[in-house]
Design a protein around this ligand. Structure first.
Ligand code: HXC
Length: 513
C-alpha cells in the first residue's frame, strides 16, 4: 500500500512540475504565471479539482515516445469563483509550448462537455504555440473538435477566454467563438498568420505586438473585449465579469442584496448641456443611474462612440448600451453597430435585461462607411435588438434622429418601456439640416437668407425639437424628470421581471452577417 501511494505521489509531483523547473523559470522571466498559478489565482482558494493530470500523449514520431509530460500541456478541471461552479482549462506553455496534441484537445473537450452538462461557465486560459507540430492532422482534428463544442455551447453556458501568451493560426478561432476575450498587454498576441508570413505575402513589416497584440485587438479589430496589464489583473477581470452573469441560459443573473432608499438623483439634471451640439460624457449619466461602482465596460477602447457594459440596478445585473456624445457626437457607424449588436445578443442569450440610453444624431455618412457595409452592420444592431426578448427599457437623453431613432431600441422594434428627458429631440434630423432642405427655395428667395434660415430653424425646432410629439403618439411612454430616472428604471425593470415573449416558429433567424 505504501508503495502504491508513493508511486501516485511521485506521478502527481511530476505533473505539478509540467515541463520542469527550468521552463517554469523562463515563463516567470517572461512576466507570465504558469498554468497552475493562473488557475489558483482565478479560482477561490483551495477550490480547484483537477481532472486528467496524468494524461500523456500517444505520439511516437520524431522521438516523442521518450518525451512524456503528465497532463500533456493543459491543466483542466473545475472549481468555484465567489462560490459559484466554473470549469477551466489552462494551457501550460512549459510543456511543448502549450501546443495542442490530440490528447490535449481531448482534455479540453471533456472539460467543455462537463461544463455544458453541469450548466456552468467555461473559462479558457490560452497560452500555446498552436498545433503540436509533431502530430500533424490529429492536432487539427483536435482543434475542430473544440470549435464544434464552442458553437454547441454558445448561448447555453457563458464562455470566457483569456489570451495570456501566443495564440496563432487556426487556434484563434476557439477564443473567437467564445463570448468574451481578455488579452494581457505585451505578453499575448493573436493572429491568423504571423509577421513572417505577412512579410512574405504582403511585403508589410510588422512585429507580433503591432500585428496582433492586446492594443491592436482592443482598439482596431475589436477582437478583444478588454485588456489587462498583467496575468493577475486579467484573471481578476474574468472574476468580475462572471459576477454579472448567470451560470447558464436557464438561470437569471445573480442579484446582490440591495435595500431601497431614496432613489432620486438630483445631479442627473445637470449632465446634459442645453446646447444640442455640445458634447457631454454619457458615462456620467450611466454612473448617475446605476448602483455605485457597478459599471463594468465591455470594449472600452473600441468604437467608443457607443458604450456597452454590465451594471447593477438595485442589485440586479443589466446590460447597458449608450451612445457617447463625446466621441463622433455619438453617431452610429459600422463598428459601433457591430459592437452593440454583439453585446445585445449576449445579454439576450443569458437573460440579462437591457437599458439603452439614446443621444444619437444618426448614421455616419460617407464612402468609407457605405463601401464597408454600414447598411449591413447597422442592420445587425437593428436585428439584434428587434430579436431580443429580455426586458428592454430605453431612455432618450437628448437627440434621437432619423433611422437611428428606430434602431436604438425604439418602441416600434419591441422595447418594453420608453422614456425621454424633457430636453429630448425626436425628429428626422436636426432643425438646421431639416430647414435647409424643406425651406430651400423660400430661403434662397429671401432678402436676408441667413435670417430666414434662422427663423425657419427656430420654427422647426419649436415643432419637433422636443419629446412631446412622440409622447403624444405613445412612442414615448412617459417624459420624465432626470432626477426620477433611477427610480423609474428600478420599478420598470422590476415590473418586467417575468416578461414572456413567444418566439416565431423557425429553425433560426438569419441575422445579416
Ligand atoms: C510543438 C512547440 C510548438 C508547437 C512551440 N513548441 N511551439 N512544440 N509544437 N507548435 C515548443 C518549442 O519547441 C520549445 O520546446 C517550447 O515549445 C517553447 O518554444 P520556444 O520557441 O522556445 O518559445 P518562444 O521563443 O517563446 O516562442 C514561442 C512561439 C514559437 C512563438 C510560439 O515557439 C513558435 O513560433 N512556435 C511554432 C508556432 C507554430 O507555427 N505553430 C503551428 C501553427 S499552425 P523546448 O523543448 O525547447 O522547451 C496552427 C494551426 C492550427 O496552429 C489550426 C487549427 C485549425
Amino acid at each position: 500500500m505504501k508503495d502504491n501511494l508513493e508511486e501516485l505521489r511521485r506521478r502527481q509531483e511530476a505533473a505539478r512540475l509540467g515541463g520542469g523547473q527550468k521552463r517554469i523559470d523562463k515563463q516567470h522571466e517572461n512576466k507570465k504565471l504558469t498554468a497552475r498559478e493562473r488557475v489558483r489565482y482565478l479560482l477561490d482558494a483551495g477550490s480547484f479539482e483537477e481532472l486528467g493530470s496524468l494524461v500523456t500523449h500517444r505520439t511516437t514520431d520524431f522521438g516523442m515516445a521518450d518525451q512524456q509530460y503528465y497532463g500533456d500541456g493543459v491543466v483542466t478541471g473545475y472549481g468555484t469563483i465567489d462560490g459559484r461552479l466554473v470549469y477551466v482549462f489552462a494551457q501550460d506553455f512549459t510543456v511543448f509550448g502549450g501546443s495542442l496534441s490530440e490528447t490535449h484537445a481531448e482534455k479540453i473537450c471533456k472539460t467543455m462537455d462537463l461544463a455544458v452538462k453541469a450548466g456552468a461557465p467555461l473559462i479558457g486560459l490560452n497560452d500555446s504555440g498552436g498545433a503540436r507540430i509533431q502530430e500533424g492532422v490529429r492536432s487539427l482534428a483536435g482543434y475542430a473538435d473544440i470549435f464544434y463544442r464552442n458553437v454547441r455551447a454558445s448561448g447555453v453556458v457563458p464562455q470566457l477566454s483569456a489570451i495570456m501568451g501566443p495564440c496563432a493560426g487556426g487556434a484563434v478561432y476557439s477564443p473567437a467563438l467564445t463570448d468574451f476575450i481578455v488579452m494581457v498587454e505585451q505578453t499575448s498576441y493573436m493572429f491568423v498568420t504571423g509577421p513572417n508570413v505577412v512579410r512574405t505575402v504582403t511585403n508589410e513589416s510588422v512585429d507580433s505586438e503591432e500585428l496582433g497584440g492586446a492594443r491592436a485587438h482592443s482598439t482596431k479589430s475589436g477582437v478583444a473585449h478588454r485588456t489587462a496589464p498583467n496575468d493577475a489583473a486579467c484573471l481578476q477581470d474574468l472574476r468580475k465579469l462572471l459576477s454579472y452573469l448567470p451560470q447558464n441560459n436557464r438561470e437569471q443573473p445573480p442579484a446582490v442584496p440591495y435595500e431601497m432608499g431614496s432613489e432620486w438623483r438630483e445631479d442627473l439634471g445637470n449632465l446634459v448641456p442645453g446646447n444640442p451640439n455640445q458634447p457631454y460624457d454619457m458615462k456620467e449619466v450611466i454612473r448617475g443611474i446605476v448602483d455605485p461602482d457597478s459599471f463594468f465596460e465591455i470594449h472600452p477602447d473600441y468604437a467608443d462612440n457607443i458604450l456597452t457594459g454590465f451594471a447593477r440596478l438595485a442589485g440586479r445585473p443589466l446590460g447597458v448600451i449608450a451612445n457617447q456624445p463625446l466621441s463622433l457626437a455619438g453617431v452610429l457607424d459600422r463598428d459601433s453597430s457591430r459592437k452593440a449588436a454583439r453585446f445585445t445578443r449576449f445579454c439576450d442569450c443569458f437573460n440579462i435585461p437591457l437599458l439603452v440610453l439614446v443621444d444619437v444624431p444618426g448614421f455616419l455618412p460617407g464612402t468609407d462607411q457605405e463601401w464597408n457595409g454600414i447598411i449591413v452592420h447597422g442592420a445587425k444592431l437593428l436585428y439584434a435588438l428587434s430579436e431580443a426578448t429580455v426586458p428592454r427599457i430605453t431612455l432618450i437623453t437628448r437627440k434621437a434622429y432619423g433611422g437611428a431613432y428606430d434602431v436604438m431600441n425604439s418602441k416600434h422594434i419591441g422595447a418594453d418601456l420608453n422614456y425621454a428627458w424633457p430636453g429630448a429631440e425626436i425628429a428626422v434630423m436636426g432643425a438646421k439640416g431639416a430647414s435647409e432642405i424643406i425651406f430651400r427655395k423660400e430661403i434662397a428667395r429671401a432678402e436676408d437668407p441667413e435670417k430666414k434660415l434662422a427663423e425657419k430653424e427656430a420654427e422647426y425646432a419649436e415643432k419637433f425639437a422636443n419629446p412631446y410629439r412622440a409622447a403624444g403618439r405613445g412612442f414615448i411612454d412617459e417624459v420624465i424628470e432626470p432626477r426620477e430616472t433611477r427610480r423609474k428604471l428600478i420599478r420598470g425593470f422590476a415590473s418586467l421581471q417575468h416578461k414572456e415573449v413567444e418566439a416565431p416558429r423557425r429553425k433560426h433567424g438569419n441575422i445579416p452577417l
